[in-house]
Structure formats: C-alpha cells, structure tokens
Design a protein around this ligand. Sequence first.
Ligand code: XMP
Length: 321
Amino acid sequence: MQIKEISLKELKPQDFINGQAKEISAQVGEGLAINALSGGVDSSAVTMLGHKALGSRLKTYFINNGLMRKDEPQKIVSLFKDLGVTVEVIEAQEEFFRALKGITDPEEKREAITQTFYKDVFGRLVKKSKAKHLLQGTILTDVDETVAGIKRQHNVFAQLGIDPQEAFGYNIIEPLVQLRKDGVRRVAEALGLPKSVYQRMPFPGPALSARVIGEATPEKINLVRLATVITEEELASTGAFQYMAILHQDRVTGIRNGKRDFGLQIEIRCWDSIDARAARPTRLPYETLDKLANRIVTQVPGVVSVTYNIAAKPPSTMEAV
Ligand code: XMP
C-alpha cells in the first residue's frame, strides 16, 4: 500500500487535525482506544489528537521501559497533567531488560523491544482496558526506512505485511503516517502543545538501547544516560536537529592517576537535518567539543575516550543501532 505524503507546503494544520479527528472517531466508534505517550513530538501530537477525537475514551499510558532519559516519566506526566490529559505510568523496566538480555545484534535488539512493547505490555493493557484500538505516532520516515530494510523501526507493521490484529490482538490507527517530522511539528503546535514539545528533539522508540552498541544492560544504559544528560546540556544552544551520546562496546587503553585504565568510549553525534532522511554533522566549535569531552571523562565513570562523528547520513544513519 502506497502512502500519500503530505508535504509541509501542502499541509493545512487545522484541516488536517479536523480530518484526522473525524477519522479516529469513525474507526473507534463507541469503543475504547489506548495509546503510549513517550513525550516525543509524534506521540504527543497523537495523544492530543486522540483526546480531541475521543475524550475520556482514550486512555494514555507512559511505558517506563527503563531505557528512557533521566527523570523522563515524571516530567512527561506532569506536563500532560497541565494540558488536562491524565497519563498512567506502567513500570516495565524488568520486562524490557529481560527481553534484551544477551542480545547484541542491532536488529534483534529492535525486534525484542517491539515484541515486548506490542505483544507483552500492550497485549496486557488491551485486555485490562478492553480497548480494541491502539493509536500511535508512526510517521512516513519510519515507514520508509523499515520498508527499505535499513532499520526496523519499532512501530511499523502493516507496511511489512504484519497484521497487528492477528499478531497482537488489536487494531492500530496511525494518524500521522502521511507526515514527516517538519509536518508533525506544525500539527503539534496547532494542537496547542507547548514549544518545548513541538520543537523537541527527536528521540528513538528503542530509546537509550539504540545508543548502546552491543548488549543493553542496566549498567550500560545508566552510563549512556549520564553521558546523555551532559551532551544535551552542552549542545542545547546549537539549535541542531538532534544530538546524542553513544556507548561503544570496544574498550581502549587509557591512563588515569598514572595507571593503565582499559576504559570505555563514548561517541558524540550532532546532526543538521530537515526531516531525518539525510543529515550532516554540525560544525561544532572546538571549544564546545573540548568542554563536552572534559565533562564526560570526569563525570561518567570508566570513560577514557570521547569521539565526534564526522560522517554524513548516508552512508551513516543518525542512531548507531
Ligand atoms: P536513523 O538512525 O534511522 O534515524 O537515521 C532517523 C530518525 O529516526 C529516529 N529513530 C527512530 N524513531 N523509532 C522511532 O520512532 C525507531 O525505532 C527509531 N529509530 C531511529 C532517530 O532518532 C532519528 O531522528
């Protein structure tokens, strides 16, 4: 099935919102729907759109998979409370780490997260809530890369020939699937979301597990979480499309307090991009890189090497996994 793209130029945000709200109401009928909010611009836009269409017949969950950035669950719940939307947090950390145990291959990691999320956690929530529909914020770029076999984005099914009804026992509604990131931002703004949300930097569905090369253990996730706080603080003023810290699997010889330290490596990536299809590394001032490296080697335990990626997408991709 070919999806018809709505470009930023063609997009009329209010018409789009009204049209999609009608479509959601028609599909859900008198029934119930659920959705997962991660706090990113896509799932935030879907949450507002869904509540506009369904009111209290949409139940919104934040799935705490243990792979999110620091303090994320509390921040998102409180932000949406201010917008009048109740969000229930589902604690599923142990379940996700169990599913990720021993897995090093990037696509297998993505698949483990997809199955845990859609089959296990959502399967249970659908049964508990008696909802028949899941609303989610898949966008066209997710579909393109998955269908092209580049990366199995965690939220793409129909376009891979997977029937969610058969695989997971519920119907999936994707109101944003004709848009790219720039269009979603415009719609999110028109839905009344604050600038901190509609201009929020993208963050991948597999969360910090996409930023650990090799097995994503709780310890490694914790290290990359610390490096992420520092990276996001230091690069916030760059205005770049997306920036991230990646924890490598290989160790390298370092020296600390005059002793050999066979330590960890963090790679920094910072991207200029319009819609994530192509991207170039931001030309960061050396002083910025210097400060970033200094903070990471002193504040993230065990790190002795910090590198900056200078290759463009393609052939790189934005996330390392
Ligand atoms: P890549 O790494 O494919 O990333 O160049 C392009 C954009 O997509 C984000 N990304 C994802 N988003 N689910 C998502 O919702 C995913 O599985 C996923 N993988 C990557 C990435 O952060 C970047 O903005």
